[in-house]
Design a binder for this molecule. Structure first.
Ligand SMILES: C[S@@+](CC[C@H](N)C(=O)[O-])C[C@H]1O[C@@H](n2cnc3c(N)ncnc32)[C@H](O)[C@@H]1O
Length: 294
């Protein structure tokens, strides 16, 4: 069984970051899951479940009725963490953890072989399809895991995350916009370097329609933690700046790199962790489609 993804990212190394993200996003995720699950839904498959925060929210929502929840991931430690997280929530929800590759046509077979229901009322995938070499084929594969009448929900980036004021007092104003452009270039390169990469020249909603889903609609939700931030929101700000630092190397000028280093220097006077004007604001978009009943 494969233990790696296609994007040259060791996802197991991201466990703590994903756990922190789950904590930060918990209120919005709980709201989204409550909105997605219909009263008769009993069976959910989550692809690329990360640290298991969303799966746990599904399990909490299914706890009264009972049901089955299948988490699928290529990263073994993340999969184990997600399984453990979900099992803490309710013993009325049957949990299946399947190490499988969403880019592989044997995905459905791997799920069935693990003894999990082969199709679900809801198939959910957040921020994972863009890590597959052929995203449209991935959407089709996920749509095939939906039972007739059931729904596929994909969450992808809505707007780029913002954490800095327009002028941080270092380098030229507009630092974050330049860093964000560098990150978008990193993303382009990440996709371009995947073996077998295929462009998807259409929006996510259209991709769901192309995959045979009906009643496709999209909406966005904000994760809004205004300044001043502390605790998990401040940690998210610092992680975002660390991400931007990694992606900025060789992509922005020396003055911008130096400014970012100052913002990340815990002992310096400009450390973002002690500023009272940083904030965390992002918009995620949900794309939902229904598999026709026949
Ligand atoms: C950006 S994380 C998102 C995690 C979680 N959905 C969330 O929103 O926090 C991407 C997740 O997809 C998983 N993943 C990446 N490539 C995959 C693949 N080809 N098949 C299955 N899972 C994959 C990673 O291991 C990780 O759990």
């Amino acid at each position: 069984m494969t233990g790696h993804s296609h994007d040259n990212i060791d996802w197991d190394e991201h466990l703590q970051r994903l756990r922190d993200g789950d904590e930060l996003n918990a209120p919005e995720i709980a709201e989204l899951v409550a909105k997605l699950l219909r009263p008769t839904d009993r069976n959910v498959i989550e692809i690329g479940a990360g640290a298991g925060g969303t799966a746990a929210a599904f399990a909490a929502e299914l706890a009264d009725s009972g049901g089955a929840l299948t988490v699928v991931d290529t990263a073994p430690q993340l999969l184990a963490a997600a399984e453990a997280r979900v099992k803490q929530v309710s013993d009325r929800v049957e949990v299946h953890a399947v190490q499988a590759d969403a880019a592989d046509d044997s995905l459905a077979e791997a799920i069935a072989k693990a003894g999990a229901p082969a199709q679900a009322d809801v198939v959910f995938a957040a921020f994972v399809v863009h890590h597959l070499p052929d995203q449209l084929a991935g959407v089709r594969r996920l749509a095939n895991l939906v039972r007739p009448g059931g729904r596929l929900a994909i969450v992808e980036f809505g707007l780029e995350t913002k954490v800095l004021p327009p002028d941080v007092g270092l380098a030229e104003p507009g630092l974050e916009a330049r860093l964000t452009a560098a990150r978008q270039d990193w993303f382009r390169q990440m996709r371009a370097e995947m073996t077998g990469t295929v462009r998807m020249p259409m929006g996510w909603g259209k991709a769901l329609s192309e995959a045979g889903l009906a009643d496709v609609r999209s909406w966005s939700y904000l994760v809004d933690r205004p300044a001043p931030v502390s605790g998990v929101a401040l940690q998210a700000v610092l992680r975002r700046l660390q991400f931007l630092r990694r992606d900025a190397e060789n992509r922005v000028g020396p003055a911008d790199l130096a400014a970012l280093d100052e913002l990340l220097d815990e002992s310096g006077e400009h450390y973002a962790g002690t500023r009272d004007d940083v904030y965390y604001l992002t918009a995620n978009t949900v794309h939902l489609g229904t598999r026709p009943a026949s």
